[in-house]
Design a protein around this ligand. Structure first.
Ligand code: ZN
Length: 242
């Protein structure tokens, strides 16, 4: 089975369409989504419906999905993110918000794969994994060989076999007895300095993961953000990949 693993789509329809086209080209059978379908960019409704129309093996909740599905006061978000969440709340229907609210924080696919938005130790606290230390804590709660996650919008992979090693990756072939914690990068708002959209293809037969980076129509996404009255900085950052 071949899966496309998508994360941090953040209402970026142009990026999502580019990724889905590529996934189809790669012969993907099913999809996994690690959350943050909405927030930041101007097409939360459309992205949500598009994700729901896919043959989804699994989908977990991101912090923006959670906030957009609630009415509580926003804490811990920067002003631009908070404004985008308020705006997103108004865009979504009650039914869409209820669907987001019901998503699980983490899910297991068969015996081999776990999916989570932020971390496995406390998924609802939305911690960030950038280094071996935080990766090690998360790996302590990982009972499958592979875990896909996101939240930082930076595609990094950590491998544990005794020690933990980590860094950038393009392709990983899973070795027996090794554990892998893999950030799939962001479809809709990459932050590793590369503005191209990111997602991975996971082949369960080949026991392999490939990271894909794709150009998309950033200008169109930026125009929609500005037309919607969302903060200018949210448009600018897409071209910078920050
Ligand atoms: Zn995110």
């Amino acid at each position: 089975m071949k899966y496309a693993v998508l994360g941090d789509i953040h209402g970026n329809l142009e990026a999502l369409n580019a990724v889905l086209e590529k996934a189809e080209e790669c012969g993907v059978d099913k999809y996994m989504c690690i959350g943050d379908i909405v927030g930041y960019n101007a097409n939360p409704r459309e992205c949500l419906e598009l994700v729901r129309s896919l043959d989804l093996e699994v989908v977990t909740k991101g912090n923006h999905d959670e906030q957009a599905s609630q009415d509580v006061k926003l804490v811990g978000f920067n002003p631009q993110a908070a404004m985008a969440i308020e705006w997103t709340r108004d865009q979504l229907s009650e039914e869409q918000r209820a669907w987001l609210a019901a998503l699980p924080y983490r899910q297991t696919v068969g015996t081999k794969v776990t999916v989570v938005h932020a971390t496995l130790d406390m998924p609802h606290m939305w911690g960030y994994i950038f280094d071996k230390l935080s990766a090690g804590v998360c790996l302590g709660y990982q009972f499958t060989q592979v875990c896909f996650f996101g939240h930082t919008h930076v595609p990094l992979a950590f491998e544990k076999y005794g020690d933990i090693v980590g860094g950038k990756y393009e392709e990983i072939v899973f070795q027996p007895g090794h554990k892998y914690l893999i950030n799939v990068g962001s479809v809709g708002q990459p932050r590793d300095g590369d503005p191209r959209s990111a997602f991975v293809v996971y082949s369960s037969e080949d026991r392999k993961v490939c990271l894909h980076r794709l150009e998309y129509d950033i200008k169109a996404t930026q125009k929609k953000i500005l037309d919607a009255g969302l903060p200018e900085r949210l448009a600018q950052r897409l071209a910078l990949g920050r």
